[in-house]
Design a protein around this ligand. Structure first.
Ligand SMILES: [Fe+2]
Ligand SMILES: [Fe+2]
Length: 243
């Protein structure tokens, strides 16, 4: 339901994306094609949940209405383009992980194949944005580094405005669909490695400051991820002991 509601909020993302990238030439083609692909994700997820009677359709509709009415808006203003490409790179990758892991947990070959196919789309979206961001790093290293740091330090998934999002985010973390460890090891670190963030020698003083901030943040996140894993292991052990 969390994955579906996130896909459902597409009109908000389309508006933000069109606003950030514009509609001229290739950008218009990209935004249109991307929107069509994302729309299909919501369609197949809803079809699956409804035909398998896996959801209460009235509760789902109420959640959709509330989520779409709230919509989403860009978290920050100013130098939108660079922050935009950095954000969508990480968000598409996080979405890919979350769809893939949900499919594996469903214990149903149809759901598994369907979510693997959606995850494959998210992966292609991520690669496109990641390449844009890499080009931005080469063209304007300091500005791109600042944007990447700002985005990572404030990263939130687009489902934040969903009803029960916090409770569902805890469930997702508890069952290994998306947690802090995966955010750090599967989303942030591999992307930063491909951008060669910690090997680059083309930063000026501003880029160096932004990179140091990011480095400190990642050290802190590592401590938090380890703490989260310990707590989850203890909770699982307690639950196992009760059975
Ligand atoms: Fe999607
Ligand atoms: Fe996507």
């Amino acid at each position: 339901i969390t994955n579906l509601l996130t896909e459902d909020n597409l009109p908000s993302y389309h508006r933000e994306l069109a606003d950030t990238f514009g509609f001229d030439n290739a950008w218009g083609t990209w935004v249109g094609r991307w929107t069509a692909e994302e729309n299909r994700h919501g369609i197949v997820l809803r079809d699956y949940l409804v035909v398998t009677r896996a959801v209460d359709p009235v509760a789902l509709e109420e959640a959709r209405m509330s989520h779409m009415t709230a919509g989403i808006a860009k978290p920050e203003k100013g130098s939108q383009f660079l922050k935009g490409v950095a954000y969508v790179t990480l968000q598409e990758l996080a979405t890919r992980i979350s769809h893939r892991n949900t499919g594996a947990l469903c214990d149903d070959p149809v759901a598994d194949r369907m979510l693997a196919r959606i995850a494959a789309d998210e992966n292609l979206h991520m690669i496109f944005y990641r390449k844009l961001c890499a080009a931005a790093l080469d063209l304007t290293p300091d500005e791109a580094m600042r944007a990447i740091t700002d985005v990572i330090l404030r990263f939130q998934m687009p489902g934040l405005n969903q009803p029960n999002f916090r409770r569902n985010a805890v469930l997702l973390a508890k069952h290994g669909v998306y947690d802090l460890r995966q955010h750090l090891d599967v989303v942030l670190r591999p992307t930063l490695r491909i951008w060669r963030i910690f090997e680059r020698t083309d930063f000026g003083p501003e880029g160096e400051i932004a990179r140091d901030e990011l480095h400190t943040y990642l050290l802190d996140l590592e401590v938090k991820a380890a703490r989260f894993e310990e707590q989850r292991d203890r909770a699982l052990a307690r639950a196992a002991a009760r059975v």
